[in-house]
Design a protein around this ligand. Structure first.
Ligand SMILES: NC(=O)c1ccc[n+]([C@@H]2O[C@H](COP(=O)([O-])OP(=O)(O)OC[C@H]3O[C@@H](n4cnc5c(N)ncnc54)[C@H](OP(=O)(O)O)[C@@H]3O)[C@@H](O)[C@H]2O)c1
Length: 302
């Protein structure tokens, strides 16, 4: 009944590991540097050390696990991020096809249902299809836009700006990755689901970027206003930062391809998770922004 968890040091994976431990389960974790595991949990898990982009390692490290939680580890910054993500999943796909793994829970995304035209999200659609073809039981958790993506905009937020490539006024699903970890752990532990299951993980409410800016204004204690950024401006900035054309397409394509999407899974009791953006931003983004602004001020003074 072994449960194997990838990315146990990540936001979602670390939460899932902790809940499995609290459920009395000793998970197997696939980790490239065990020193990065939470010291409180390090001795309570079975470690398989290796890189998730190493297909042979993943194939061997997942074998014999009844259930695997797969998180795509590849950043969208390489020459062909969609192909790289597909290749990274090859080991777990093979283990499932061979019957060495009975069930796979995939951290997927809203937009994976499009299958193409959504940049790097296309990779998750392809991994869904590859896993579905194995005959194993598969559960695809199609998550909304992580709250934690806001931490990529600290410099802009320090200037009171929230840039977005999405429609500023159009609501979409925003979710705390920790809450996703809760759903992951519950599904890893549950034995009731079979076959192919798709579940949305949509956070507490749909929010537009304009609403997000209002919430951040309160939670951060400083005014924040939205600035709409066009697809071409995003592509130009990514190219100017030195990213290869494939990475530019993969990153810019995510918002461009999903901004008009109505998710296949409607918001309901199964997809709605509890943590509000206001609570998350106060607990996580506010201290991160304060620290970034302090560092910036010290850098300017020094
Ligand atoms: N951002 C969104 O809005 C969104 C929406 C839907 C789905 N997702 C999915 O969410 C996932 C990210 O989840 P997260 O936020 O929990 O992750 P995270 O906190 O960013 O952590 C990344 C994890 O990946 C591990 N990792 C990276 N490269 C690795 C490699 N080559 N070998 C082994 N481990 C590797 C890291 O391990 P180390 O500690 O060793 O660095 C870390 O545990 C992505 O797959 C993405 O597709 C994101």
């Amino acid at each position: 009944m072994t449960i194997a968890v990838t990315t146990p040091t990540g936001r979602v994976g670390s939460r899932a590991v902790r809940l499995l431990l609290q459920a009395g389960v000793r998970p197997r974790v696939l980790v490239r540097d065990p020193a990065r595991l939470d010291p409180a949990t390090r001795d309570l898990v079975d470690v398989r050390r290796g890189d998730l982009t190493d297909t042979a390692f993943v194939r061997a490290a997942t074998a014999g696990a009844r259930t695997v939680f797969w998180v795509d580890p590849t950043p969208p910054t390489g020459a062909d991020p969609v192909a790289a993500s597909e290749q990274a999943a090859a080991g777990v796909v093979e283990a499932a096809r061979a019957g060495d793994v009975a069930r796979v829970v995939l951290l997927s995304s809203v937009g994976a249902e499009l299958r193409r035209g959504a940049g790097h999200i296309d990779a998750l659609g392809r991994i869904e299809e590859s896993l579905d073809a194995t005959g194993a039981d598969t559960l695809h958790l199609r998550c909304g836009y992580f709250f934690s993506n806001l931490a990529m905009s600290l410099d802009d937020l320090a200037r009171g700006v929230l840039p977005t490539q999405f429609h500023p006024e159009r609501p979409m699903a925003w979710v705390d990755p920790r809450d996703i970890g809760d759903v992951v752990a519950a599904r890893l532990l549950a034995e009731d689901w079979k076959g192919r299951v798709v579940q949305g993980v949509h956070g507490p409410e749909d929010l537009s970027f304009v609403q997000v800016a209002e919430i951040l204004t309160g939670a951060l204690g400083r005014p924040v206003r939205v600035r709409a950024v066009g697809d071409d401006d995003v592509r130009e900035a990514l190219g100017a930062a030195g990213l290869p054309p494939g990475a530019v397409a993969a990153i810019a394509g995510m918002a461009a391809g999903t901004r008009d999407l109505v998710p296949e899974q409607p918001r309901d009791v199964l997809t709605t998770t509890p943590t509000t953006l206001a609570a998350w931003a106060y607990a996580h983004l506010r201290p991160a922004l304060d620290a970034a602004m302090r560092d910036g001020a010290e850098g300017a003074a020094g």
